[in-house]
Design a protein around this ligand. Structure first.
Ligand code: NDP
Length: 501
């Protein structure tokens, strides 16, 4: 398990079971990969456990040197990396370039900041415990099982992998069955930089391989994918009390206030909704626009959306729908919105021509329709008018999801952002929080819990270890049966004097 399995995956007749990853633009085979069995996944976790002890022992500086070497290899092989992402997802080359740039930025941030965030530091021991020193450090958990999606097959799992490795853990990664090549590339380039032990391995296959990883005795599972699968992963992990980080779907809203820069808001709205063919967990799926600027805003969005064309060429605006089964969900949401009285301003059911979907802009869609309540994951967007931006915030907050949001307002962007029940908000831009490595990424509600990226993302893969050390004996020693009968009274008197006012 590179990288891939040391034991080959064998079917009942002794043949290695393999599966093909396909280019969704053409249906052509990109490569074949092993279907790793539960036994092989367990082997991978066992060798990762040995490697974890060595990796943790390198310390922050030792790991930083190794992670820098890996980053250099990735940087030298960007052409190959970009081509692989585009061939397995179908996304335009420029989108893959952005993804690779973000991978490198986050890996750099995680390795640079791990020591500062997780390293041992003194903590004030407080007035009552003044005769002890106190320190805190964050220790690696051991082996992290990472399960990733296909929509950003490098940036999304690397949000866990980079931070878990920098924190001192070994990683076993199960990429999506649609993007096994990207996962294998990540693990094999890591092994070039760190050949000594199996610190970062990949196991490939279908959902069963992911399920095997959850049950293989890892110290934490970092799952990114749909809410439906997230619930299954959490239920399976509960049987062994394995902690989980669960990054799931979203139904993110963009709010346009009356004083917003409408050109900027419209451009961001259409990019947030349609880029990556709308297959972005924190993509814009709903827009609430203040009534007094709605006509002007919608006019610009419609004009921009009509110019965007999907295709397989490297410079297309958007690529295909990567996962074929998603096409029916998109169709169902568009049809449901129209059946319930919504209007299509751009495109409609006829825009859905697998594997491509042209941009669809819907308006006046009832708030209880599928296109408003469920994750569509296609290049479609609902624009609904609201009396004012605060009403937009109220409707945005009615979603069961709570991943990200965007606000366009000149005078009160931060004020509106503060009212949104989501993990991340960008004011006068879209999705920018995902590109800031120092900011935590994650949501609330059905969008999951826990955080990747930033200081929280490093701590997610560590446990806090607290240590006190006696400096000198105190006259009031509570932790002994030999304490004086006055000790408790003296301590309480001191506490009341210090904290009782
Ligand atoms: P899925 O939930 O279908 O799959 C995610 C991963 O889980 C895949 O690797 C999948 O393997 C694996 N898996 C499937 N069944 C099981 C199981 N029983 N136990 C363990 N693992 C299993 O999601 P998608 O791949 O379709 O990704 C799209 C979803 O991801 C969207 O909902 C999107 O919003 C969300 N997402 C969330 C992000 C966030 O940070 N919040 C970021 C990016 C995407 P296989 O593919 O082989 O079936």
């Amino acid at each position: 398990m590179t990288q891939t399995a040391s034991n080959s995956a064998l079917s009942a007749d002794g043949e290695q079971r393999r599966f093909a990853s396909l280019d969704p633009r053409t249906g052509e085979v990109v490569a074949h990969h092993p279907v790793h069995t539960a036994a092989e996944v367990e082997d991978a976790v066992a060798s990762a456990r040995e490697a974890a002890a060595w990796w943790a022992g390198l310390g922050f500086e030792g790991r930083r040197t190794k992670l820098d070497a890996w980053r250099k290899i990735l940087s030298q092989r960007t052409d190959e990396f970009i081509a692989l992402i585009s061939s397995e997802t179908g996304k335009p080359a420029d989108d893959s370039r952005v993804e690779v740039a973000l991978v490198m930025d986050h890996l750099h941030w995680a390795s640079r900041n791990a020591s500062r965030v997780l390293g041992r530091r003194r903590v004030s021991s407080g007035m009552l415990m003044f005769n002890h020193s106190a320190s805190l450090e964050y220790r690696p958990l051991g082996v992290i099982g990472v399960i990733g999606p296909w929509n950003y097959p490098a940036h999304t799992p690397m949000g866990s992998i980079s931070y878990a490795l920098a924190a001192g853990n070994a990683v076993v990664f199960k990429p999506s069955e649609f993007t096994p090549g990207v996962g294998t590339f990540l693990a094999s380039t890591f092994t070039e930089a760190v050949p000594e032990h199996s610190v970062f391995q990949v196991v490939t296959g279908f959902g069963e391989t992911g399920a095997a990883l959850v049950s293989a005795g890892v110290d934490k599972i970092a799952f990114t994918g749909s809410t439906r699968t997230g619930k299954k992963v959490m239920a399976a992990a509960a049987t062994s009390l394995t902690p989980v980080l669960v990054e799931c779907g979203g139904k993110d809203a963009l709010i346009v206030d009356s004083d917003a820069d409408l050109n900027a808001a419209a451009e961001a709205a259409i990019w947030g909704a349609v880029s990556n063919a709308g297959q972005t967990c924190a993509g814009v799926e709903r827009i609430y626009v203040a009534e007094d600027v709605a006509d002007a805003f919608i006019e610009i969005v419609v004009k921009r959306a009509k110019k965007l064309k999907p295709g397989g060429e490297p410079n297309a605006n958007l690529g295909p729908i990567t996962m074929p089964s998603q096409v029916e969900i998109i169709r169902e949401h568009v049809q449901d919105a129209l059946d319930r009285g919504g209007k299509a301003l751009v495109g409609g059911p006829e825009s859905i021509r697998p594997p491509y979907v042209e941009p669809v802009v819907l308006t006046d869609v009832p708030e209880d329709s599928l296109a408003v309540t469920e994750e569509t994951f296609g290049p479609t967007v609902v624009i609904n008018r609201v009396p004012n931006a605060l009403e937009g915030v109220r409707l945005a907050n009615r979603s069961k999801y709570g991943l990200g949001a965007a606000v366009f307002s000149k005078s009160r962007g931060e004020e509106l952002a503060a009212e949104l029940r989501v993990g991340m908000v960008s004011v006068n831009s879209v999705l920018t929080y995902a590109a800031v490595p120092g900011l935590p990424f994650g949501g609330v509600g059905d969008s999951g819990f826990g955080r990747i990226h930033g200081e929280d993302g490093l701590r997610e893969f560590a446990y806090a270890k607290a240590v006190t050390k006696l400096k000198f004996k105190s006259l009031i020693d509570m932790a002994t049966f030999d304490r004086s009968s006055m000790a408790g009274k003296q301590m309480l008197r001191l506490a009341r004097m210090l904290f009782g006012r």
